[in-house]
Design a protein. Structure first.
Length: 567
């Protein structure tokens, strides 16, 4: 029996000792860590599970353990930021309160760093006080802050940072702002990047982790000028890719179990490639080999006798993982409801992209199968938005541009390898050969790909008509809104209700989470939990623990799924 905790996917939930033991280093990592630990503002970009939090945690640990000439690290996770979004619908001073929350979250991270250096007295009481303030702000209890003494200004925070720098004998503070812009509503994102720009000084270097495609920068914030953008998504074509994925599994599973898996090298390589550079996806797929039914695991232990490392389970795991990527894309309708029409049109375009690449591959040999498509510029702002959504979901990865002279300039995008397997885009044969897939993934020709115009992907339709904002109608007479800025109904004159992204997300059925339908039904029939909000409100997991077959491990895992869903 081995502990199922080894498959914990989010780095923020891994204990410190295990984090050091389980994390490994890839070829590009040292340069990224160097940029995160030194001066200058940086934005690291990548889809879910690609390792952004791991990189920030590594940067933090390296600075905590470094000599006094290094930077002072402050790690802050903004995952719960969307809890403040309803304030933007009900309070005219919402931007101020959100800014207060940002300042107090950074101050809390600063105190945690001071605690690690053991330089302050009574630090636990200070941390407890700030935690209470943060929690009250997240619950919209702004009535508790009428006393201006409880407010925190940027200058006060900078003063606190300066004091800690002096006490630790360090010259610069590095702010590691995790789960940053991608977890906010549009208004919050704009306000965050104003905060990011303002807090940057000679002695304070902010770094933020965001998702591609869904981040809205403020009008005064410019990538390249205000911060350097760093793509941290490790592509399968990167040097040492398979070795890195091997090391991840060996560090988690241990040498004995890993060697047993590695004996089926073709299956292992197939899974590594299909993870498409997402360590979280690889861990999730490999975990499926250690159990027959997840409902049978209640105490967090895995029976090694259940290991069946064969191609059928591998194919099923790859398809299920790809389905999760599709669900992430579809979830944007909940998180970004105004863009519902963009997302629906994008689904059609994505189907067409897969068909085009599949037809292109029919004439090519096994070792010359293409996984990419080139889209001719100019690309409309609307379709560029959709391409960003694909990157957020991990369905497409940008591969740069190519200039074809008189034929135009093209942007190249590579298809998720799980989609290639699921839709049989390579070979166009019913017989699935893992050996052929590994050969094709290993020999992707960089110069072979179909070239298309945007109009060919969306049915030669006018982008301005396909990509319209899905504005909610009047709650009283159901008349369509004329614009997103409209405040009163043009028909009945009633004040239009502002839409809350947070309330829409947390009201979703728990079946939206990445759990089996049977488990979701069991939770709903055996407890008061029906929605994602119910899970978030179950602070001590008491309701979850009352459900049969849900022990400490699964209660913790399901809670993390709910927290991830609102991020």
């Amino acid at each position: 029996m081995i502990d199922f905790e080894i498959f914990t996917q989010q780095a923020e939930y891994i204990p410190g000792e295990s984090f050091s033991k389980w994390t490994v280093t890839h070829n590009d990592e040292l340069q990224i860590i160097k940029k995160l630990t030194q001066g200058g503002a940086k934005i690291i970009v990548g889809p879910r599970g690609c390792g952004k939090t791991t990189l920030m945690k590594k940067a933090y640990n390296s600075l905590i353990n470094a000599n006094s000439n290094s930077s002072l690290p402050v790690y802050v996770n903004f995952k719960s930021s969307l809890k403040l979004e309803p304030l933007y619908r009900s309070n005219t001073n919402a931007a101020f309160w959100f800014n207060q929350w940002l300042l107090f979250k950074v101050y809390l991270g600063l105190l945690e760093s001071a605690k690690a250096f053991k330089i302050e007295q009574d630090i636990d009481n200070k941390i407890s006080t700030i935690e209470e303030i943060v929690n009250n702000l997240e619950m919209a209890r702004i009535d508790l802050f009428e006393n201006s003494d409880k407010h925190l200004s940027l200058s006060k925070l900078e003063h606190h940072i300066s004091q800690i720098l002096t006490d630790t004998k360090r010259t610069r503070c590095v702010l590691l702002l995790d789960d940053a812009g991608h977890a906010f509503s549009d208004e919050q994102q704009h306000d965050f990047f104003e905060f990011f720009r303002e807090i940057k000084t000679k002695s304070i270097s902010p770094k933020a982790a965001v998702y591609p495609g869904v981040t809205s920068y403020s009008s005064a914030f410019h990538i390249g000028h205000d911060a350097e953008e760093i793509d941290v998504w490790l592509k399968p074509s990167s040097n040492g890719y398979l070795d890195f994925m091997y090391e991840i599994l060996e560090s988690r599973l241990g040498k004995e179990i890993f060697n047993k898996i590695k004996s089926e090298k073709t299956v292992l390589d197939f899974l590594c490639f299909s993870a498409y550079g997402i360590p979280r996806a690889l861990l999730n797929m490999v975990s499926s080999f250690f159990k027959e039914e997840e409902e049978n695991i209640t105490d967090g232990k895995i029976n090694l006798s259940k290991i069946k490392f064969d191609s059928n389970i591998a194919l099923k795991a790859v398809r299920e993982n790809y389905e999760n990527n599709l669900k992430i894309y579809e979830s944007l309708k909940i998180k970004l409801p105004l863009y519902k029409n963009f997302i629906d049109t994008g689904s059609t375009a994505f189907e067409e992209i897969q068909k085009i690449i599949k037809d292109f591959n029919k004439k090519n040999k096994v070792e010359s199968q293409s996984s990419s498509i080139a889209i001719q510029r100019p690309i409309s702002p609307e379709f560029s938005k959709v391409l960003g959504f694909f990157q957020y979901s991990g369905l497409l990865a940008p591969r740069g541009t190519t200039n074809r002279g008189n034929k135009g300039v093209y942007e190249i995008y590579e298809l998720h390898y799980g989609a290639i397997v699921d839709r049989n885009i390579f070979f166009s044969s019913r017989g699935l050969s893992l050996e052929n897939y590994c050969l094709a993934f290993n020999n992707r020709p960089n110069h072979l790909y179909p070239r298309h115009k945007e109009t060919g992907l969306i049915g030669n339709n006018d982008p301005s008509k396909l990509f319209t904002l899905a504005l909610p109608p009047c709650e009283v007479c159901r008349t369509k809104r004329l614009s997103n800025e409209a405040r009163f109904c043009v028909n009945c004159g009633i004040k239009l209700k502002d839409f809350s992204v947070f309330e829409n997300i947390v009201s979703q059925d728990i079946e939206k989470l990445p759990i089996t339908l049977n488990r979701a039904k069991s939770i709903k029939s055996s407890s008061k939990i029906k929605t994602i909000k119910d899970i978030l409100m179950d602070y001590d997991n008491k309701e979850l623990r009352s459900v049969p077959m849900v022990g400490p491990h699964w209660a913790k895992t399901i809670k993390s799924y709910a927290e991830e869903f609102i991020a």
